[in-house]
Design a protein around this ligand. Structure first.
Ligand code: PLP
Length: 312
């Protein structure tokens, strides 16, 4: 089509107005934040916003348990540790992801083993995983990069065949669906991030979701100084961190949650439009969208430039 529209060709800018500010917020967030402030329960036990958030996000992702954390890096570390991954154990993960997927393992001495991604989806290539499995392999971390769901059907089959734990790094994928089901708790345990760039944000924050009672209890304990869920306040039965989220973050996230569905639809609509236009440009390769990727969260819109164009 009109390659003259491309800014790199010196064409007319297609947009002159500034993009709207992110994040979007309003009276709902103000009201919830004030409620949290006036409750005096900013941390500790007996809170209201935090459990409400955990319940709502778990329900949104078809999970029985939601466990909030300080961020999506340490929530991945907790997921690995809760699943029994030890220092020296190997964790297979995609080579293309944010650095935190790998550092979450390295932080306690587990070893990331990289499998390449498919060039036309940028998602973990299931074909490449099995040859990387060794006796030290304990887990696979699938990353739903950009909000595009990875092939959970094939990854699950591989994990089951080799007795590996399947973890979903869903930091960029809140709201995404694989084969009509929300991602995150399709494997054994999944991690979400609420860092400032993410689709649902409180500036910082993270959460684990799972349908496995044992993994949920272990993760809760690791993030709550080794306490036992439902146990005594000073009953510490393992070594854990304090990775708890504050009531203020939970309040903001509850407000943001009321906007999520509309924003997800908006993202899908805009992405579809952009794809239609970009497909007409020879030097641009749009990502392949599989039929089972029933909902893309479009945290990012990815496409590939022909090398000649990228070099200019
Ligand atoms: C953002 C992100 C993380 C880390 O989350 P933080 O909350 O920033 O610690 C992990 N993995 C991926 C793929 C991410 O995009």
């Amino acid at each position: 089509m009109k390659t003259d529209l491309l800014a790199c060709d010196g064409g007319k800018p297609v947009r002159a107005a500034e993009f709207p500010l992110w994040p979007v917020f309003g009276e709902t967030e103000e009201r919830l934040l004030l409620e949290a402030l006036r409750s005096g329960k900013w941390g500790g036990a007996n809170r209201s916003k935090l459990p409400e958030l955990e319940e709502k996000i778990a329900a949104l992702h078809g999970a029985k348990h939601g466990i909030t954390m300080v961020n999506g890096t340490l929530s991945l570390t907790v997921a690995l540790k809760a699943a029994g991954v030890q220092p020296g154990d190997e964790v297979i993960m995609p080579s293309y992801t944010f650095i935190a997927t790998a550092t979450s393992a390295l932080l306690f001495g587990a070893i990331p083993v990289f499998a390449d991604v498919e060039p036309d989806t940028l998602l973990l290539d299931p074909e490449r995983i099995e040859r990387l499995v060794t006796p030290r392999t304990k887990a696979i971390v699938a990353v739903h990069i950009a909000g595009a769901p990875a092939d959970m059907t094939r990854l699950k089959a591989i994990a089951v065949r080799h007795g590996l734990v399947l973890i979903e790094d869903s930091a960029q994928a809140i709201g995404a669906e694989w084969d009509g089901k929300p991602v995150g708790a399709l494997g054994d345990i999944g991690s979400i991030s609420f860092q400032s760039s993410k689709n649902l944000t409180a500036g910082e924050g993270g959460m684990l979701i799972t349908n496995d009672d044992k993994l949920a209890d272990a993760a809760w304990s690791l993030a709550n100084v080794g306490r036992v869920r439902g146990g005594e306040w000073y009953q510490h039965e393992r070594i854990g961190w304090n990775l708890r989220m504050t009531e203020f973050q939970a309040a903001v996230l509850l407000g943001q949650l009321t906007r999520l569905e509309e924003q997800l639809r908006h993202r899908e609509r805009n992405a579809e439009l952009l794809t239609q236009l970009l497909e007409e440009i020879e030097d641009i390769g749009v990502m392949r969208r599989g039929l089972l990727q029933t909902r893309h969260a479009y945290h990012l819109y990815m496409f590939r430039l022909a090398p000649e164009l990228a070099d200019r």
